[in-house]
Write a protein that binds this ligand. Structure first.
Ligand code: ZN
Length: 418
C-alpha cells in the first residue's frame, strides 16, 4: 500500500537545518517521514489529486518541538509552597521544608494507573502546546519499586499516546529518608537499582543533581562512571544554585548534556563551547523560583555552546507543561533571538536527547513531526506572548492537533503506527 503524500505550504518555514534558515516554500511528506523540503513555487506535476494539500500561508511551520528536560511522572502537587516562596523562601529553603521529599511521598503512594493517568493528561496539554517529543526523568520515587514504576509508566506512555518519550533515571535527585548517608544510597543505586533498570531497558540516560547539599562533584563522578559502565548516557543537573563546577565535570565525563547552569563559571562556558555537551537551559524555572539571574545564555551562545531550552516541567520549580513559556522567557528574560530559541527547542533539543538523526529538523528522511504556529512570522511567535500560539501539530505525519483542538482519530492512528 502506498503511503499518503502530504504537501505543506508556508511563507515561513523554519527548517532548523545547518544554515538555521527560514524558507518560503514547501514540505512534502510520505507516511510518517519527510520526503523533501524546498523553497519557492512548485510546479503542479509534483502532486496529484491523491495528495493532501495543507495551506499554512500566514502561519509559521517549525519542526515538532522537543522538550529536552521534564520530570513528567510524579504524584501530587506543591502549591502550598507558593506562599512561602512569595514570602522570600529560596529553593534550598523550600527543599529543607519538604520540597522534593513531599513529592517523593506522594509519588510512592500513587499507583501505576494513577501516575499514568496524571501524566497522560499532562501530555495532551503538551501536545496542544506543540511538543512532539520529550525527555522524562524519574527521581521522585528514589526507592526501587517506585523508580521502576515511574520508568515503566514512561515506557507505556511512549506507546499509548502521541508524544515520543525518552527516559532518564534520576535516582540521584535527593537522599531518601530511609538512607542515612549519600554513600550508602549511592551504593544502593549502583549495585541494585541501575542494573535492574538496564536489565529491563527502562532508561537511556542517567542524570545526577550535582549541587551543594545534594550530590557533590566527587559523588556525581562516581555515579556517572558506574552508570556509563552499565550503558547509560549521562546528563547532569549542574551549577543551578552554586557554581560547583558541574558543567566542567559534565564535559570531562563526556555527558550528553549539562542542565540548568544558572551559576556556570566563565571557565566552564569555555569548556562547554569546545565540547559536544549540550547546555539545556530552563528559563521558566528561573522565573518560577523568582531567582535573580537567568543562565547566561547570550554569553554561552556567543562562545559557541550548543544551547537547548526546555520546560523543566516538575511539581516544585516549574509546574508548567507549556514549552512556549520557556521560549518566552528565553526571549524576554535572557534576551535570546527568535531563531536562536527555535534552534534550542528543535535540533539542539534533539541533540540533548540523542535523537537528532530522527527528529529536530525538517530534512529528508526524518519523522514528519511539524508544529504550526498561528503567527505570520517568527517574531510574531515571541511578540504575541502568554497564550498558546500553536494551531496545528503533525506527529509522524498524523494531524494530531487541528485548529487548536486534539484530533482523537488521528492521535489513535499515530499510536497504532508507532
Ligand atoms: Zn530538572
Amino acid at each position: 500500500m502506498s503511503e499518503k503524500i502530504q504537501i505543506f505550504r508556508s511563507h515561513q518555514i523554519y527548517t532548523a537545518n545547518k544554515a538555521n534558515e527560514l524558507i518560503d516554500g514547501y514540505i512534502m511528506t510520505s507516511g510518517d517521514r519527510i520526503l523533501a523540503v524546498y523553497p519557492g513555487e512548485v510546479s503542479p506535476d509534483h502532486w496529484n489529486e491523491a495528495h493532501v494539500f495543507h495551506d499554512f500561508r500566514g502561519k509559521t511551520i517549525t519542526p515538532g518541538l522537543v522538550d529536552s528536560h521534564t520530570h513528567l511522572v510524579h504524584g501530587g502537587s506543591r502549591e502550598h509552597e507558593l506562599a512561602l516562596k512569595l514570602a522570600g523562601s529560596s529553593y534550598m529553603e523550600l527543599h529543607l521544608e519538604g520540597g522534593i521529599k513531599s513529592t517523593v511521598k506522594q509519588t510512592r503512594l500513587a499507583s501505576f494507573d494513577e501516575l499514568l493517568e496524571k501524566a497522560h493528561k499532562t501530555l495532551l496539554s503538551m501536545l496542544l502546546h506543540g511538543t512532539t517529543s520529550l525527555e522524562a526523568k524519574s527521581g521522585y520515587g528514589l526507592d526501587k519499586d517506585t523508580e521502576l514504576r515511574v520508568l515503566k509508566v514512561n515506557k507505556k506512555l511512549d506507546r499509548t499516546q502521541a508524544i515520543s518519550i525518552v527516559s532518564t533515571y534520576m535516582g540521584a535527585h535527593d537522599l531518601p529518608l530511609e538512607f542515612s548517608s549519600n554513600e550508602e544510597y549511592i551504593t544502593f543505586m549502583i549495585e541494585e537499582l541501575m542494573p535492574a533498570i538496564k536489565k529491563e531497558d527502562l532508561a537511556t540516560f542517567c542524570d545526577i543533581f550535582c549541587e551543594e547539599g545534594i550530590f557533590s562533584l566527587e559523588e556525581t563522578e562516581k555515579i556517572a562512571v558506574a552508570a556509563k559502565a552499565l550503558g547509560f548516557k549521562i546528563k547532569i543537573h549542574a551549577d543551578e544554585i552554586a557554581p560547583l563546577g558541574g558543567a566542567g565535570l559534565a564535559v570531562d565525563l563526556g555527558a550528553v548534556s549539562a542542565e540548568h547552569l544558572m551559576a556556570i563559571s566563565d571557565a566552564d562556558i569555555e569548556k562547554m563551547a569546545a565540547s559536544d555537551t549540550v547546555a539545556v537551559l530552563l528559563p521558566a524555572t528561573t522565573l518560577f523560583l523568582r531567582a535573580e539571574n537567568f543562565a547566561p545564555a547570550r554569553k554561552m551562545w556567543e562562545k559557541g555552546v550548543k544551547i537547548a531550552f526546555a520546560s523543566d516541567y516538575n511539581p516544585g520549580s516549574s509546574p508548567c507543561e507549556n514549552l512556549q513559556m520557556a521560549m518566552d522567557m528565553a526571549c524576554l528574560g535572557m534576551g535570546m533571538m527568535p531563531l536562536e530559541i527555535l534552534k534550542g527547542v528543535t535540533i539542539n533539543a534533539a541533540k540533548a536527547i540523542c535523537k537528532e538523526k530522527e527528529i529536530g529538523s525538517l530534512e529528508k528522511g526524518k519523522y514528519a513531526d511539524l508544529t504550526i504556529f498561528d503567527a505570520k512570522n517568527v517574531d510574531y511567535i515571541f511578540y504575541h506572548f502568554g497564550v498558546n500560539r500553536v494551531s496545528d501539530v503533525f506527529k509522524q505525519g498524523r494531524h494530531v492537533v487541528h485548529d487548536g483542538r486534539l484530533n482523537l482519530s488521528e492521535i489513535q492512528s499515530c499510536i497504532m503506527n508507532k
